[in-house]
Write a protein of this length. Structure first.
Length: 577
């Protein structure tokens, strides 16, 4: 197969087919095994080279990864499972340890705390889309991004990710970004000495490099420090009891930490990083937190202790994958207009012109329409193409059961965004997804506490939109529930309808290039799908191909379409009157 014709999945399939063989097992039944010898490596060199280039690994590692995908079928597996399927002894498989570790370092394989391996969800999602997963670079990260990634790693630890792998990744982010406030704080208190030693570290592979930890705290105390940073970033509080960390530490490590804590022998205590917290005005020894002055130092890049916000997540524009989107003419014109306005030169000149005329200079946009029509993905592509990061508002965390907390959370969110606008080279986008949950119709004569809180939040947002100096984009499926006062404050309002037959045909061909033009035409004419529904069908087809090792027929695709429509009859245009 020529390299120009190859895709990630076709190369994996070719390698699996070439390496597969049958053999009668001890139970006298034929079983499928896989070979991985020099003859195989030579025969599938083009495919292996293609995957090696796409995933930034060696050809041998690419072949092993392809076989593991087929053997594991998205289930956990052990080294013993793979050695058995390769029909080699465990001792001989030890020679593959270097390749296994390399796949771990590339985050193509993950190892859980029980020693089993698995393919991460993010890797699986890329494979479903026929794309290569690339481990995010640790270079050029801000403190806010580091904190967001730390929280994501701890959520993975909750799901079983090996603690050591998570710790090395967190260390690597600080070592590669020594000028961030969190790295400076860790260096100051000798939690992790960055200083001059960072020059020894390759930022792209920081967690795999040799590094002298002799002047830093123990792994357990560093992990505790990161866990408390995660708790504060995610929950806006870091007051802890030891039971909170039971999922993050092995039982023996947690017992050792707790024992040292009771004797006040933790280095974090000696350096006044970790202190007792108060309850009802009294210090409680079983309740502890990061010292406020230390949190101020950690969050200096984010505006300080009171400017940080756990209600938002940062999406870097460089992490967004390119995706072709197809619109009808009216939507295409509006999206092209916005793309032009968000280019840095045009954005600055237009904003300056508005300021000179005494007009509001903030850009506020509303994307509304049916689910799956590309509203959120359009925001991602606008951000990617304009080089702007996205601050994603988490509405579920904005709202609190405590009186006054929701309003405080919302004010903190906008305060953090103003800080980001001021300090960023490129003004970031503040994105409210499914905005009807907070941009709804205000309640007249509100009497109960919930309605009063909703109205208070909406009044805050209306005022912030008036004073906005950046870019706010809201998406919603429900326009009937949008308050008229919000409608007036959106400078641009773009309606996303389900794509036309012609646009659907382009979407089918883009996501499923193996379709003939006639097959794409038939599917687009027969099924009134949104882009999201078409993607669901293509994902189902991809999963089927991976599991069964064969491509589904066109009739299978039509069956998937029928299932996607939840039993709806195929859509057909009426002929005549």
């Amino acid at each position: 197969m020529a390299e120009t014709d190859m895709t990630i999945l076709s190369a994996i399939e070719s390698i699996v087919d070439a390496s597969r063989f049958e053999k009668t097992a001890k139970n006298k039944k034929d079983e499928i095994y896989f070979k991985m010898d020099d003859e195989l490596l030579l025969s599938i060199h083009p495919e292996a080279a293609f995957l090696a280039k796409e995933f930034s690994i060696t050809e041998k590692q690419a072949v092993l990864f392809a076989i593991i995908i087929e053997v594991s079928q998205e289930e956990e597996f052990t080294v013993k499972d793979i050695s058995r399927k390769l029909d080699i002894s465990y001792i001989r498989f030890l020679s593959y340890e270097e390749e296994i570790h390399a796949l771990e370092h590339a985050w193509l394989l993950r190892r859980d705390r029980w020693g089993k391996y698995y393919i991460g969800k993010d890797v699986s999602r890329c494979l479903e889309k026929n794309k290569a997963y690339k481990r995010p670079s640790v270079k050029g990260l801000s403190t806010f991004t580091i904190l967001s990634r730390i929280s994501r790693l701890f959520r993975n630890v909750d799901d079983g990710l090996d603690r050591y792998m998570a710790l090395m990744e967190m260390d690597g982010m600080l070592l590669a970004n020594p000028e961030t406030s969190i790295a400076k704080t860790a260096n100051k208190y000798k939690i992790l000495r960055t200083g001059d030693a960072v020059q020894q570290v390759d930022p792209d592979e920081s967690w795999t490099c040799e590094y002298d930890y002799s002047d830093s705290m123990s792994m357990a105390e560093r992990f505790l420090f990161y866990a408390m940073c995660h708790k504060y970033h995610s929950n806006d509080t870091d007051e802890c009891r030891w039971w909170y960390f039971r999922e993050y530490f092995a039982s023996s490590d947690l017992e050792d930490l707790q024992s040292a804590y009771k004797d006040e022998e933790l280095e974090l205590q000696e350096k006044k990083v970790l202190v007792y917290a108060s309850q009802d005005g009294m210090l409680v020894k079983d309740l502890f937190k990061l010292d406020d002055s230390v949190k101020e130092e950690i969050l200096a890049d984010c505006g300080g202790l009171h400017e940080s916000s756990p209600m938002a997540g940062l999406i870097q524009h460089s992490s967004l994958a390119k995706k072709d989107l197809f619109y009808d003419d009216a939507v295409s014109r509006n999206v092209d207009l916005l793309a032009g306005l968000l280019s840095e030169s045009r954005f600055t000149s237009v904003r300056d012109a508005l300021k000179k005329k005494g007009m509001r200079s903030g850009f506020t946009c509303l994307f509304y329409g049916a689910p799956g029509t590309g509203k959120t993905e359009t925001v991602y592509q606008l951000a990617r193409n304009s080089g702007r990061d996205i601050i994603m508002a988490d509405v579920s965390k904005l709202k609190s059961m405590w009186v006054g907390e929701s309003e405080k959370n919302l004010k903190n969110l906008f305060s953090m965004y103003r800080k980001a606008v001021k300090e960023s080279k490129m003004t970031p986008i503040l994105l409210f997804n499914e905005a009807d949950a907070i941009f709804g119709v205000r309640k007249n004569g509100a009497e109960n506490a919930v309605d009063k809180m909703e109205n208070s939040l909406q009044n805050i947002i209306l005022q912030e939109m008036e004073d906005l100096q950046g870019i706010l984009i809201a998406t919603t499926n429900l326009t009937d529930n949008l308050d008229k006062a919000f409608e007036r404050r959106f400078l641009y309002k773009v309606r996303f309808d389900k794509p036309s037959v012609e646009s659907r045909g382009k979407i089918w061909k883009s996501m499923f290039p193996e379709l003939s033009d006639e097959e794409a035409r038939q599917l687009s004419a027969d099924y009134d799908f949104s882009g999201g529904q078409i993607e669901n069908v293509v994902r189902k087809k991809t999963v089927r191909s991976l599991l069964l090792g064969s491509e589904p027929s066109f009739e299978d695709i039509r069956q998937y379409c029928a299932e996607e429509g939840l039993g709806d009859k195929p859509f057909r245009r009426r002929i005549g009157f």
